[in-house]
Design a protein around this ligand. Structure first.
Ligand code: C2E
Ligand code: MG
Ligand code: MG
Ligand code: MG
Length: 293
């Protein structure tokens, strides 16, 4: 029976493996056409000031509206596109969509707020990265302060000196740099002293499974936040879903959050409507650094 179990498990394993491979193959087959066919859409999730609930910025998140499969989430295709480098094209597409929309808002007389885009770890090794981003904001005449770049903490797990240089150059041009998923990997205080970063995004895993933020994840958050204050950074908590989490975060002096408690990611047109609403938006953006009142 041990042998039978083994065979059963093996068969199940083999089948799901085959399904995954097929899915991956399908994704690879479909991606170029999908981009040309307009199947990738940019959604934006607002970032909020927790004291007022007002929107102080947004993050662009890509979605694949597949004609047969429906909405496919980036967790299912970004890792595949990072393997085959298609992410270079997709990131560029997202950045340009954001620039276009900002340009339209401004041309229509709207007051812009900062939008962040994700920059894949793969793009950090793209020799044309700086040139591509700079020429986009120049083409659409967007203030680089409004076009923020999110780089995941885990990108820094190797080649830290090289990456620090790449990012410092972008920061010197005027882009705001956010460190995404902070605390999910091997980040340390030491690393932050060498890396160019303006805003830390606290990984949502700190909050997940916590009802009120007072467990271990909460303790870690509290010390991260205190540390951020010493080195003069802004901090945003990711994945905030409950009122209790909001209260906990405010109690440790974290002022900004992104999460379903406030808004889910939404199509750009919807976000544009929100941006018009002066009651809901704080056009001054994030003003308080960690610990400032
Ligand atoms: P991320 O950059 O850390 O984005 C935050 C993710 O958390 C998003 O997932 C967002 O929808 C989700 N989220 C926000 N609030 C909550 C909440 O309250 N609860 C929970 N459970 N989740 C929340 P999404 O959109 O599925 O994206 C996943 C990841 O895919 C992103 O993580 C990012 O690493 C990557 N990604 C998304 N768009 C792009 C892109 O244009 N380029 C690149 N290179 N990566 C992207
Ligand atoms: Mg992000
Ligand atoms: Mg994140
Ligand atoms: Mg994440």
């Amino acid at each position: 029976s041990v042998k039978n179990n083994y065979l059963v498990n093996y068969a199940v394993y083999n089948e799901s493996l085959r399904d995954n491979l097929m899915l991956e193959q399908e994704i690879v087959n479909d991606m170029d056409f999908a981009l040309k066919n307009g199947e990738f859409k940019v959604y934006i999730q607002p970032k909020c000031d927790m004291d007022t609930g007002r929107i102080v910025g947004g993050e662009a998140l890509v979605r694949w509206i597949h004609p047969e499969k429906g909405m496919v989430s980036p967790g299912d295709f970004v890792p595949i596109f990072e393997k085959n480098k298609f992410i270079l094209k997709l990131d560029y597409f997202v950045w340009e969509e954001v620039c276009k929309v900002m340009r339209r808002w401004i041309d229509e007389g709207g007051r812009p707020i900062p939008i962040s885009v994700n920059v894949s770890r793969i793009n950090l090794y793209n020799d044309d990265l700086y040139e591509q981003i700079v020429s986009l904001v120049e083409k659409y005449q967007i203030d680089p302060k409004l076009f923020q770049l999110e780089i995941t903490e885990s990108a820094y797990s190797s080649n830290i000196e090289y990456l620090t240089e790449v990012v410092a150059r972008l920061q010197a041009y005027g882009f705001t740099i956010l460190m995404d998923d902070f605390g999910s990997g091997y980040s340390s205080l030491n690393m932050l002293k060498d890396i160019s970063v303006d805003i830390l995004k606290l990984d949502m895993r700190f909050l997940t499974g916590e009802t009120n933020g007072h467990g271990k994840g909460g303790d870690i958050m509290e010390s991260v936040v205190r540390m951020a204050k010493w080195i003069n950074l802004y901090v945003i908590a990711e994945g905030v879903e409950t009122r209790e989490q909001v209260e906990f975060l405010l109690s440790i002096n974290c002022h900004y959050a992104q999460g379903y408690y406030y808004y889910r990611p939404m199509p750009m047109e919807e976000f544009k409507e929100l941006m018009r609403d002066g009651e809901k938006v704080d056009y001054r953006g994030m003003r308080r650094k960690m610990g400032e009142t």
